[in-house]
Structure formats: structure tokens, C-alpha cells
Design a protein around this ligand. Structure first.
Ligand SMILES: *[C@@H]1O[C@H](CO)[C@@H](O)[C@H](O)[C@H]1NC(C)=O
Ligand SMILES: *[C@@H]1O[C@H](CO)[C@@H](O)[C@H](O)[C@H]1NC(C)=O
Ligand SMILES: *[C@@H]1O[C@H](CO)[C@@H](O)[C@H](O)[C@H]1NC(C)=O
Ligand SMILES: *[C@@H]1O[C@H](CO)[C@@H](O)[C@H](O)[C@H]1NC(C)=O
Length: 256
């Protein structure tokens, strides 16, 4: 009688222990997402792409009116080198006050649009390499160059008048890379080198006045979601259960 109860209790405990051990070890396997094999680069219709993304209507209308769209599309279609295009948002054009684009000649406007393209496909990771080989010649050629500078991991694109960085990637599949930027790239070859000092942003009273607005490295602190919350809960429950069983066993043994 007594031995059979002890047997039942101990086997129950054993079962509980093993099941709790199971709960501990049986964490979901880390599913490594197998990257899908890259499909063969299809024909990219730049007009199509830019009319749905953005909004990039202003840049697109300049691309069309200057016929630069054909130059870029041809590069995308027919070259191994590919193309990288920096596309300013509509708001970049509407907020452009000081050097206005309104009285540029058609030839200058064309150069300005060409200035936003590089005759090579670059991934975002390539930009760091570009910073060591700056200045980089754009589609506009000659003096129309862009400087890439690496400011503590953030690559900035500079034209003298403009300093900006890629704010998002619109398309990046060899041979076509399209990146959104927040400012229109203004070439010194058009607007001259007499660049007015950038008005320092009002809030932080910095000692250095005309310094390039420092980008504070935003630490993305996302709330860390614990994955094993439920399983640890289960272990806890099992733990209290086994304690209960242990207490009851003690009582039984005392009474027997
Ligand atoms: C590209 O897309 C535009 C807009 O959808 C369209 O009008 C044009 O015909 C397309 N070009 C080609 C070559 O498919
Ligand atoms: C690019 O390729 C498409 C599809 O083959 C073609 O319709 C279009 O005319 C080409 N455009 C240029 C500028 O080469
Ligand atoms: C055109 O450019 C000249 C010289 O830079 C400037 O003085 C004038 O204000 C500009 N006109 C417009 C309409 O922007
Ligand atoms: C680009 O960098 C070169 C070398 O550091 C410098 O001489 C030139 O002024 C820069 N150009 C622009 C537009 O910032």
C-alpha cells in the first residue's frame, strides 16, 4: 500500500520534472529565412517606378521636359554598369527658396537633372567606398561632381550647396538603384561657389555657427519583445504544480 503510493507519487513527480525539462528545451527552432534566389533582372520602367513611388512628380516632370529620362532609361536598359539615381521628393523642390530653379536655362536644368544620376549601380553599402574615392563624376560630367562623406557611419552626399543623405531606398536591384533624398542637389557648376552659410538650426545654441548640422545618432530603442514569455510561464506553472504535489505527498506520507 505505502510503497505503491510512493511509487505513484514519485512517478508523477518524475513525469512533471521531465515535462518541465521538455518545456525548457523545446524552444521554437530558429527559422533562418532562406533568401529567395534573385530573379533575372527584369526591364525597369523608370517612369512607371517614379510615378508610383515618392511623390516624385516634380523630378519626374523635369526628367521628361529635359528628356533626361531617355538617357537614364537607356543606361538602365543597355549597360552592364547600370545606374544610380538620387530622387528628391516633391517637398524638396517646394521648399527650395534661395537659389531658385525658375530662371535656369533649359541646358542648366538638364545638367541639374543629370547631376542626380551616377553612371553605375551602387548599393547603399557601396557608398562608404565612394567616400574614399570622392569626388564622384555624375551623368552631367565635367565639374558636376558629388562628394560622399562618411560621418560616423552616415554617408552624406554633398554638392557644396547641398548636404543630404539617402532617406530611403526606392529600388535597388542591379542594374537600377533609386534612392530618395530630402534635398535637391545643387551643383556649384551652375550656382557658383559663393555659397551662403547655412542658417544654423535654431534650437541647439552651438558654438560653431556654420557647421554642417550634426546629425544626432538616433538610437533606435525598440521595446525588446521576449520570445519565450509563454514558455517560461509554463515552466513557472509546472514549478508551482510540482511544489503542490510535493506538499500533498508530504501530507500523505504523514498520514500513512
Ligand atoms: C513606361 O511606363 C509609362 C508609364 O506607365 C508608360 O507610359 C510607358 O509606355 C512605359 N514605357 C515602356 C517602354 O514600356
Ligand atoms: C528600354 O527597354 C524597353 C523594353 O525592352 C523598351 O521598350 C524601351 O524603348 C527601352 N528604352 C530605351 C531608352 O532604351
Ligand atoms: C534670376 O536670376 C537672377 C540672377 O541670379 C536673379 O537676380 C533673379 O532674381 C532671378 N529671377 C528669378 C525670377 O528667380
Ligand atoms: C569635394 O571634396 C574635395 C576634396 O576633399 C574638395 O576639394 C571639394 O571642394 C569638395 N566639393 C564639394 C562640392 O563639396
Amino acid at each position: 500500500m505505502e510503497s505503491s503510493i510512493i511509487f505513484i507519487v514519485s512517478s508523477t513527480l518524475l513525469l512533471l520534472c521531465s515535462s518541465s525539462a521538455y518545456a525548457k528545451t523545446a524552444s521554437p527552432p530558429l527559422l533562418s529565412p532562406t533568401p529567395a534566389p534573385a530573379p533575372a533582372p527584369a526591364y525597369v520602367n523608370l517612369t512607371d517606378l517614379l510615378s508610383v513611388a515618392g511623390p516624385f512628380h516634380t523630378f519626374l516632370s523635369y526628367l521628361k521636359s529635359t528628356k533626361v529620362i531617355d538617357t537614364f532609361q537607356n543606361q538602365a536598359n543597355n549597360t552592364e554598369e547600370g545606374i544610380t539615381i538620387f530622387v528628391p521628393k516633391d517637398s524638396a523642390f517646394s521648399s527650395l527658396k534661395k537659389p531658385s530653379l525658375t530662371n535656369l536655362t533649359q541646358a542648366q536644368l538638364k545638367s541639374l537633372v543629370l547631376f542626380h544620376g551616377l553612371p553605375h549601380y551602387y548599393t547603399l553599402a557601396d557608398f562608404e567606398k565612394l567616400s574614399s574615392s570622392s569626388p564622384i563624376t555624375t551623368f552631367a560630367g565635367g565639374e558636376y561632381t558629388l562628394n560622399f562623406t562618411d560621418v560616423s557611419g552616415n554617408v552624406r552626399i554633398g554638392s557644396g550647396w547641398t548636404s543630404t543623405k539617402v532617406s530611403s531606398s526606392v529600388h535597388s536591384t542591379d542594374p537600377v538603384a533609386i534612392y530618395q533624398i530630402d534635398k535637391v542637389l545643387l551643383p556649384e557648376a551652375i550656382f557658383g561657389t559663393d555659397i551662403p552659410p547655412t542658417p544654423a538650426p535654431a534650437p541647439a545654441p552651438d558654438i560653431a555657427p556654420a557647421a554642417d548640422s550634426p546629425t544626432s545618432t538616433k538610437s533606435k530603442s525598440s521595446p525588446s519583445t521576449s520570445h519565450d514569455g509563454s514558455s517560461s510561464n509554463r515552466i513557472m506553472t509546472l514549478g508551482t504544480w510540482s511544489h503542490l504535489v510535493l506538499a500533498m505527498t508530504g501530507l500523505l506520507v504523514m498520514f500513512l
